[in-house]
Design a protein around this ligand. Sequence first.
Ligand SMILES: CC(=O)[C@@H](O)[C@H](O)COP(=O)(O)O
Ligand SMILES: NCC(=O)COP(=O)(O)O
Length: 238
Amino acid sequence: MTKLSVNINKIATIRNARGANNPNVVQVALDAERFGAQGITVHPRPDERHIRYQDVLDLSEVVTTEFNIEGYPDTRFMELIKRVKPAQATLVPDPPTAITSNAGWDTITHQSFLKDVVAELQGYGTRVSIFIDPEEKYFEPAKTTGTDRVELYTEPYAVQFTKNKQEAVNPYVKAAELARSLGLGINAGHDLDLHNLKFLKENIPFLDEVSIGHALVCDALYYGLENTIQMYRRQLEI
Ligand SMILES: CC(=O)[C@@H](O)[C@H](O)COP(=O)(O)O
Ligand SMILES: NCC(=O)COP(=O)(O)O
């Protein structure tokens, strides 16, 4: 089974636009779980432009599905994970100014840094996933860090999908098979949507989890959150 983790960053973006507490991200997380989300993902960024560090603490009190916290492992992130001890931490190499995530880790250059971070996070009982491009050279070094999983960065897949879906998915299938042969769990995320998700799942049926936010929240404007979550869940049933 491939789990659907709903990323609620964009709910916080709307809330922050007015400064009050509407929509309430904690309530949306609880409702998303009730509507079928199998996990809740957040990616607090240093400028707190969407999810705030306090949101993460508040969510940690109530989320009953898999709580996944993404981010660059700076001091604040590490302290947050130590305090919250979520089910999963996803390490993303974004600089503080990144508009959104736009690359996976260079696990060769940053191998020893990642090794230390992974060991510390696992010491809190948290599963670790490393955000990674589907390039063969990064997988053995990723395994050496001790990470439990990798998250395949799927923006290039989403872009190429509209032109040639088979060419788009081929490198991801190869990467996923390599990760599996190394004993790594496999997540995927970024720009997945109702058009491209099913094809990814059909080609990589052993995906452990996808985290989806931007497109899912956009779709919810038209279909409603409950219908939308169910629609995404159905894409993962093959
Ligand atoms: C790692 C990843 O792909 C997502 O966390 C994505 O970066 C969402 O972050 P934003 O919501 O800030 O775009
Ligand atoms: N890890 C990817 C994620 O959480 C959501 O990315 P997106 O669907 O907002 O592009």
